[in-house]
Ligand binder design. Structure first.
Ligand code: NAD
Ligand code: LMR
Length: 355
């Protein structure tokens, strides 16, 4: 059932006429890892979105329960839920016909761990799920949440390449939580409404690879120099605050569900014809419009997060805030490039070593 994207009303020869333009047919997102700490609240937000027609849930455990629970909500989305089953039958059913696939499957950190410590387990999970996407919904927009994002996105890209279905404009590492945190923490320092600050955060999604460009906050605000280091550090290591506070019970789930939904909703809106939507994401630079300009500045790195203009088919354009970085930010960027280089190579090599 197509969405009514816009209604046109006009008058001609004294007669009022109405018509409608349908820009997208039905939306069927899928959440892989739907029973988890992020998966459940993210699925709830998608289930109640008026932009969703059918929500498909997939996990290795508990999806029947999560699905039954969500299906009692009187929202428009139909809920379907799948477990693996024999021969990936569940994954096939979950993914067939999907236009957006959100992947928060994988283990979270405990205190003392880095995101890179998750690689050993999550790399294989993302590899297998990306192979499912390649086989069952190769045209879908794919949103990777599973950590370490700096490496899991290259893993997904390599798998899609192997299956000859890689479209860089459709693959995103979700870094929205970094900009959500940046808005909040900037408001905590500068005062005022936490919803009002837009902060470009570029680079990757772990520690020093997360680079907030605080000279480019909109609306413009000046951060006192004695507060700058602490603010940058809080944005870079915000995830650790939650890991520490949860004390062994995992990492950010609710704020991540909010941030992940924000990105998925932006794509759903873009799919319905809304223009001018810009959200951050970690993308394969050589394959997206505007990406090569960014790549030249970041020492040839192939993956990098920048604000992305979104359209119905994913990336319309990677924007490039880097030339406006100040000297302080340029130093942060240098550290970021160093860290990202290794993370990207690790992801690419993982698939190389598999085949
Ligand atoms: P969780 O353990 O609560 O949930 C993960 C879910 O994945 C579980 O339900 C598990 O059964 C499922 N799963 C495991 N293997 C699977 C497979 N092969 N197929 C389908 N499902 C599978 O963890 P969480 O707190 O929801 O975090 C999930 C991931 O998201 C972690 O890697 C975490 O580090 C990451 N994360 C990323 C960001 C970000 O900003 N990108 C933010 C927070 C967390
Ligand atoms: C976050 O930024 O909260 C996530 O990447 C989870 C984590 O491990 O910190």
């Amino acid at each position: 059932q197509p969405h009514l994207a816009s209604q046109i009303r006009w008058e001609r020869e004294g007669l009022a006429c109405e018509t409608s333009i349908n820009l997208i047919s039905s939306s069927r997102p899928s959440v892989l890892g739907a029973s988890g700490g992020i998966g459940q609240p993210l699925s709830l937000l998608l289930a109640i979105s008026p932009l969703v027609d059918e929500l498909s849930l997939y996990d290795v455990v508990n999806t029947p329960g999560v699905g039954a629970d969500l299906s009692h909500i009187n929202a428009r989305a139909k809920i379907t839920a799948y477990l693996p089953g024999p021969d990936s039958a569940g994954l096939e059913k979950a993914l067939t016909g999907c236009d957006i696939v959100v992947i928060p499957a994988g283990i979270p950190r405990k205190p003392g761990m880095t995101r890179d410590d998750l690689f050993k387990i999550n790399a294989g999970i993302v590899r297998d799920l990306a192979a499912g996407v390649a086989k069952f919904c190769p045209k879908a927009l794919v949103l990777i949440i599973s950590n370490p994002v700096n490496s899991t996105v290259p893993i997904a890209a390599e798998v899609l390449k192997e299956h000859k279905v890689f479209d860089p404009t459709r693959l995103f590492g979700v870094t929205s939580l970094d900009v959500v945190r940046a808005s909040t923490f900037v408001a905590d320092v500068a005062g005022g409404d936490r919803t009002k600050y837009k902060v470009p955060v570029v680079g990757g999604h772990s520690g020093e690879t997360i680079v907030p460009l605080l000279s480019q906050i909109s609306p413009s605000v000046s951060i006192p120099s004695d507060k700058l280091d602490a603010l940058v550090n809080r944005i870079q290591f915000g995830g650790d605050e939650v890991v520490k506070a949860k004390d062994g019970a995992g990492s950010a789930t609710l704020s991540m569900a909010y941030a992940g939904f924000r990105f998925a909703e932006a794509l759903l809106k873009a799919g319905q014809g809304e223009t001018g939507i810009v959200e951050p994401a970690y993308v394969y630079l050589p394959g997206v419009p505007g990406g090569k300009e960014v790549q030249e500045i970041v020492g040839g790195l192939e993956y990098f997060a920048v604000p992305i203009e979104l359209g119905p088919n994913g990336v319309v354009k990677a924007t490039n805030p880097l030339p406006n970085a100040n000297e302080y930010e340029k130093k942060l960027l240098e550290k970021c490039y160093e860290g990202l280089k290794g993370n990207i190579a690790k992801g690419v090599e993982f698939i190389g070593t598999q085949s």
